[in-house]
Each structure stands twice: as structure tokens, then as C-alpha cells.
Design a protein around this ligand. Structure first.
Ligand code: ADP
Ligand code: ZN
Ligand code: ZN
Length: 698
């Protein structure tokens, strides 16, 4: 039986019940003075003999209306808990819809009766209207149908990957009336688009209940409804974000992970799981095919799908499928680099870029301008005394937001009104430094003041970022404006670079992408390249439109390092060359995917306490001669890049090993040592610690 992880209760607990319950049954059990949700666990994992004289408490109720969670679901949860070093109960409960935790058995029974009525009527039998696949698509489809996988579908933006997903899903569902498919996308805001496409395709054939979504933007009742539909087999297709990897899908036969390289597949709190990696594990475990898709695969997946060579006759464990051609879309955007060393100092929009945007507005085409920093400016400062708008609670600046005249910390949320005078010396001479999307929007409006659209109206500029899309439905409304052509230039963060099918955008510009080139994070160039390739893929998506306009789609990059390998590869749209170069570097430095990593992070009021805990736990690990240590390197603790957040000092240490199994063995053995270390009086000041296995940012 399983219960929540907080208050240290994380493992299996025993309860009495007057009838035998199969493993996977959902129950309510007393814990302390509360009733909580639990899952009956497999007898072979039971905690063993009860202590002398102990008596069992009885379970409070059984959630009868819900079939027990099947063995493959339980194995997935148990694996995730073990692999990511979290309590089983925590992972199991986080994997269930939150409302299940709150509903009493009677309430749930009522809920279950309701949708049952609506369901029966449905059951379309209409044939699916398929479009003819291109030769590349057909070849990918055929191999997916005939081989076990996992597959890496490496296809340019607009190569028709989604069409391949649709066809594979269809084949799986038609072959077996109980079959289910799971399709994952990285961002919530991409799910409505995808849902529309899947529903349009499959509702006529499998009924309107066949397609459901699962993501954190849904209300608790919606989530419960989708979850139950998947669990009961009524839903044949589940579309969702990373959390959907834990959906109960008894008939699962196919898992698609679209944009598999996207960092948002990695959960960044609680159990820090990778939904992509769990998808691969789950597929193998449950006998479902796994299809990863991307135009810029993660180097891990790219390496795992390397074809066999004479020196490496095995090759990788994934099968790589290649779709280089764009369908229905124009040629890939021409990449234009602007050498900012040649531009006047403080230039935001170089003259040639501004000229290009202006021409496009005048022709009625749309442009997109990217900057990965929201707000007006990253910091305010005083020219008299040097004061800066530092967050009092973090080692970070408060960002200047002009729209509502606030200074906001993007790490802890601490917000104050913008001061009129320097808070330190009283000088009125305070200025902003650097720029964010708000400022870009403002400057662009000024620069395009006299530019007219073909209809004679002035150019219209819109901004989309986390600030403009906070309200529910705001993003949809703003995207609709872009699609309808009301907007000429769209300014935004990476939020707009992903996935959206803008039909009339012919120019995309990254105005200041250099930051990532010299980051201490070894994955930064990989992420930048993926982002720029994806952004470039937003331009010229509609070949007919591009042809009718007689235009050429372009991707502009303003940079101080025009010769950098990232931009060279981008210019040629050459992911393969980029990946090969990065993998060579990674191999030489013995970094992932040629090594496996984990982090332990410690938070405390002082950096000394945080690092002290990590050092002590390391010493204890060596003293105990823990298994795996001979092939696991433990690096010394260091402060995080943003060292203090919300008055908490943060430190971390890295572990690395060429063997994943050895790292896992070590982590499992270290867990109790970390716990024991924490209990020592010397580490009283430690607030929390956590393990991040296969961390994405270091
Ligand atoms: P990707 O997911 O690789 O970016 P999509 O599957 O969204 O690409 O396809 C891009 C565009 O091409 C879409 O508008 C889609 O409807 C169209 N398309 C895909 N496959 C075909 C095909 N075989 N014939 C005609 N149009 C297609
Ligand atoms: Zn001052
Ligand atoms: Zn702060």
C-alpha cells in the first residue's frame, strides 16, 4: 500500500482489509488523523514481518468504480521512483490525477456514473480520409510498421512528421480494437492544435471520445475525466505533455514523443524524471512501439540511433529514419548573419535587418523577432552611485517591467514599484541597462512608425511572452491575431519559436542570441542550435504563399561571432554536421551521452552549511566504500550559478560515470547515507536536498 511522500512516509505501509484486494486497487486509508489516497501494492514488495505487538489499521474505503491499476503501470511507477531516487508513494500519487486524491469513494462513484451515459451513443465507423504519403513518409511508415524500434524520426520542420504519427496511430488502432496510443508534445500551448488535428482525423472513425488530452493547464475535473477515459480504455489516443507518460493505458501499443529534444520533457521538481526516457522504458516494458521525432534530435537520441559501421557493427539501439524534404512548405529559410562588430555601438536592430522587416511589412508579409528575455530591461542602475536593482532575496537582478512600472525578480517573484530616485543616493539619474521583449516591441514600434501595410494602415506590432499570456485564453487570442494577419511583426520569447504553424511569416530574426555560446552549461550550444533551427522553421511554411509573393523566407541572426560553429551549421541547415562536431567534443571530454551524470543539490541558509552537507555525505560515501564508487567520480560541491534564491543558498555536486548501472548502484546505496548525514546535528541548518538523475542543466 502506498501513501504520500511528505512527512517522511514514502515506502510501503500495511493495512488490514476484510477482503482480498488485487494489487493496483485504489483505496482510501487513514494516515495519522487524515484519510488519504493509496494504491494496493504487489505482495512481493511488501515490507515483511510486522513488529511484535503491532496491529494494523483498517483501510477506510475502496474506490470500487475504478479498475485496479495494471501491473505495467505499477512497474513504470516503481522504476521511475527507483531510477530518479524518490519515494514510491510520491511518484505514484503524482502520477494520478489530483482530484482522485480528494474525492471520497461515493463522490467518485457519482462522477463515474455521469459520463457513462454520454458515452454509449458514440462509435463512428466512417473511413478515415487519408492523404497520400510522400515517398519519404511512406518509407518511414513501412519501417515503423515492420520493425520493433524504438525509432528516431529525424525530419526537417515541415517534412510531415505529424502526418507519419497520425498514420502510425491509425494503423495501431485499426489493427486492434483495444489498442491505445500516447502522443506527447513539449508545450501545453501546442496541445490544442494537435488535438484539433487528431480529432478531425479520428473522431469520425473512432468516436468523439477517442481523443483526450492530459496536461497541467486543465482543470482538475477535466483531468480526472481524461484520465478515467484512458484508464478504462474508452479513450484510444491520449495527447499530452510530459505528465501524460504516467497515464494509465492498459492497451498501450504506440508512444510518440514529438520534438523529443525539448528540455520541457524533463520535470524540474519533485521526481525529476525525463518523460522521453521513461517513454522508451515504458514502451519496452509494455510492448509498445516508441517513436521519437525531431528536426534537431537530442545528442543522446542521435547517438543512440547511430547506424552500424565496420568499427561499430552494433550501431545504436534506436533505428534512425530520415525525412529531409519539406512538404507543402517553401525552401528552408535562407540564413543571414549580421556581424554586430560592424554596427554602431548599442545597435538593437541593425540597418539591414530593419530594412528587411520594413520591406516585408510593406508587402503584407509577417516577421517574427525573438529575444529570450522578457520585461523591459534586465536591470536598472544609478549613474551616480552605481546602485543596481538587485533582488534583496536572490543573487540576481530585479527585472524592469515598464508596462506596470515594476521591478520584478524572475527567480523568487519579489516585486516592487519602480523607484523615481535612486534608493541608495537619491539621484534621479537611474537608467535601464540591456533589453527585454517589452523594449524591443517599443523600439520597433518607433522604428516602423512611418511604415505602411499594403492596405495603407500603419504597421502593427504584437508581443507574446509569459507576461502577455498570463490570463486564460490570452495566448490563443494573441495567436489568432497573428494567424488572421492583423499583426505584421511578432516580438516574443522562445514561446513563439516552437511548433506554431504560422502561414504568412517569411522572416524570423534572433536579435541577440550570443548569450548561450559561452555559457558554462555544456548543453547550451545544443539548445541554441535547436531553438534557432526551430525558429527558422517558422518561416515560409506555406510554399504557395511564398511563391505567390515571389519572396524568399529568411532567418536573421545578429551576432558578434558570425563564424561560430553553431551559426555555420545553422547557415547550412546542417544538423548532422553540428551533431557530429558536438559529439566529438563530448566524446573527448567524456561527457553525456558518453557518460552518465547525476547532481545532488543542497539548500541552506548559508553556502557553508549547504556545501558542508555535500562534503560530509561524500566523505561518508568514501568511508563506507559504497558500491559503484570505483567507477563513479564525485566532484567537489560548488555554488549554483544563481547561488541564492528566496534567501536560500544553493550548492550542488556532480557525479559522473561511464556506466549508468554503476551510477544507479551508487545512488541507491548513497541515499540512506545522505539521510543519515542529514540527521547529524552538524547539518541542522540544511533545509533540503535532492537528487537529479540525468540533469539537463549543470
Ligand atoms: P512536421 O510535423 O514535420 O513539421 P507536418 O506533418 O505538420 O510537418 O506537415 C507540414 C505540412 O505539410 C502540413 O500542413 C501538412 O498537412 C502537410 N503535409 C504533410 N504530409 C503531407 C502529404 N503527404 N501530402 C500533402 N501535404 C502534406
Ligand atoms: Zn545612486
Ligand atoms: Zn528574488
Amino acid at each position: 500500500m502506498h501513501t504520500p511522500a511528505h512527512s517522511g512516509v514514502g515506502d510501503l505501509l500495511s493495512y488490514a482489509c476484510d477482503r482480498p484486494l488485487p494489487a493496483g486497487t485504489l483505496v482510501r486509508v487513514p494516515l495519522g488523523r487524515r484519510d488519504v489516497l493509496g494504491v494496493v501494492w504487489d505482495a512481493e514488495d511488501a515490507p515483511g514481518e510486522l513488529p511484535e505487538g503491532a496491529t494494523l489499521r483498517a483501510i477506510a474505503g475502496v474506490l470500487d468504480g475504478v479498475a485496479p491499476l495494471d501491473r505495467s503501470w505499477r512497474r513504470l511507477v516503481a522504476f521511475a521512483a527507483r531510477y530518479y531516487q524518490r519515494a514510491l508513494g510520491e511518484v505514484a500519487l503524482a502520477a494520478l490525477p489530483p482530484q482522485l486524491r480528494d474525492l471520497q469513494p461515493e463522490q467518485l462513484a457519482r462522477r463515474l456514473r455521469r459520463p457513462a451515459k454520454a458515452l454509449a451513443a458514440e462509435g463512428g465507423t466512417d473511413a478515415i480520409k487519408n492523404i497520400a504519403l510522400s515517398a519519404e513518409q511512406e518509407s518511414a511508415r513501412a519501417r515503423i510498421a515492420s520493425e520493433p524500434g524504438p525509432f528516431l524520426l529525424f525530419g526537417s520542420t515541415g517534412s510531415g512528421k505529424t502526418e507519419v504519427y497520425l498514420r502510425c496511430v491509425q494503423e495501431a488502432l485499426e489493427a486492434d480494437p483495444a489498442a491505445q496510443a500516447l502522443v506527447m508534445v513539449p508545450e501545453i500551448n501546442l496541445t490544442p492544435q494537435l488535438e484539433e488535428r487528431f480529432t478531425a482525423r479520428f473522431a469520425p472513425r473512432f468516436g468523439s471520445q477517442a481523443v483526450v488530452s492530459l496536461h497541467s493547464g486543465m482543470t482538475p475535473p477535466q483531468r480526472l475525466k481524461s484520465w478515467l477515459a484512458a484508464h478504462s480504455g474508452v479513450a484510444r489516443i491520449v495527447l499530452g505533455t510530459r505528465m501524460a507518460v504516467f497515464a494509465s493505458l492498459p492497451g498501450l501499443q504506440l508512444i510518440v514523443v514529438d520534438e523529443e529534444h525539448d528540455p520541457s520533457y524533463k520535470q524540474q521538481e519533485g521526481a525529476r524524471y525525463s518523460a522521453r526516457d521513461l517513454a522508451v522504458w515504458r514502451g519496452r516494458e509494455q510492448g509498445a512501439k516508441v517513436l521519437l521525432g525531431s528536426a534537431t534530435p537530442s545528442l543522446e537520441s542521435w547517438h543512440a540511433s547511430r547506424p552500424p559501421t565496420p568499427e561499430d557493427p552494433e550501431g545504436g539501439r534506436y533505428l534512425r529514419l530520415h525525412m529531409p524534404s519539406r512538404i507543402g512548405a517553401g525552401a528552408l529559410a535562407r540564413v543571414r548573419r549580421v556581424d554586430m562588430n560592424q554596427q554602431p555601438r548599442r545597435t538593437v536592430f541593425s540597418a539591414p535587418l530593419l530594412q528587411a522587416i520594413t520591406e516585408r511589412v510593406a508587402r503584407g508579409e509577417q516577421s517574427m523577432v525573438l529575444l529570450n528575455r522578457r520585461g523591459y530591461a534586465p536591470v536598472l542602475h544609478c549613474t551616480d552611485c552605481g546602485w543596481k536593482s538587485d533582488c534583496p532575496h536572490c543573487s540576481a537582478h530585479q527585472v524592469f517591467h515598464k508596462t506596470d512600472r515594476t521591478l520584478r525578480c524572475h527567480h523568487c517573484g519579489y516585486t516592487v514599484r519602480v523607484p523615481l530616485h535612486c534608493p541608495a543616493c537619491g539621484s534621479p539619474d537611474i537608467h535601464s541597462m540591456g533589453r527585454g521583449t517589452e523594449q524591443l516591441e517599443e523600439q520597433l514600434a518607433a522604428l516602423l512608425r512611418n511604415v505602411q501595410r499594403p492596405d495603407g494602415n500603419p504597421a502593427r506590432i504584437a508581443r507574446i511572452d509569459a507576461d502577455t499570456t498570463k490570463a486564460k485564453g490570452a495566448l490563443e487570442a494573441q495567436l489568432a491575431q497573428v494567424h488572421s494577419g492583423e499583426v505584421d511583426v511578432l516580438v516574443g520569447t522562445q514561446m513563439i519559436a516552437k511548433g506554431h504553424d504560422f502561414r504568412r511569416i517569411t522572416l524570423v530574426a534572433a536579435v541577440q542570441p550570443d548569450g548561450a555560446l559561452f555559457s558554462s552549461d555544456f548543453r547550451a550550444p545544443e539548445r541554441l542550435f535547436a531553438l534557432l533551427m526551430q525558429a527558422a522553421g517558422r518561416a515560409g511554411r506555406d510554399a504557395a504563399y511564398v511563391a505567390a509573393q515571389g519572396t524568399q523566407s529568411e532567418m536573421w541572426v545578429q551576432t558578434y561571432h558570425p563564424q561560430h560553429a553553431v551559426y555555420e551549421a545553422l547557415r547550412k541547415h546542417d544538423y548532422e554536421a553540428f551533431a557530429a562536431q558536438q559529439l566529438r567534443e563530448r566524446a573527448e571530454a567524456a561527457m553525456p551521452p558518453f557518460a552518465y551524470q547525476a547532481l545532488v543539490r543542497a539548500d541552506a541558509r548559508t553556502q557553508e552549511v549547504a556545501q558542508g552537507f555535500l562534503s560530509a555525505a561524500t566523505a561518508a560515501a568514501h568511508a563506507a566504500g559504497l558500491p559503484g564508487l570505483d567507477v563513479v567520480t564525485l566532484f567537489p560541491p560548488v555554488p549554483l550559478t544563481v547561488q541564492r534564491v528566496a534567501n536560500m543558498e544553493r550548492a550542488q555536486m556532480l557525479m559522473e560515470s561511464p556506466s549508468r548501472a554503476a551510477l544507479q548502484r551508487f545512488l541507491a546505496a548513497w541515499q540512506p547515507v545522505l539521510q543519515a548525514t542529514r540527521a547529524q546535528p552538524a547539518h541542522k541548518g540544511l533545509v533540503r536536498w535532492l537528487v537529479d538523475v540525468d540533469p539537463l542543466t549543470i
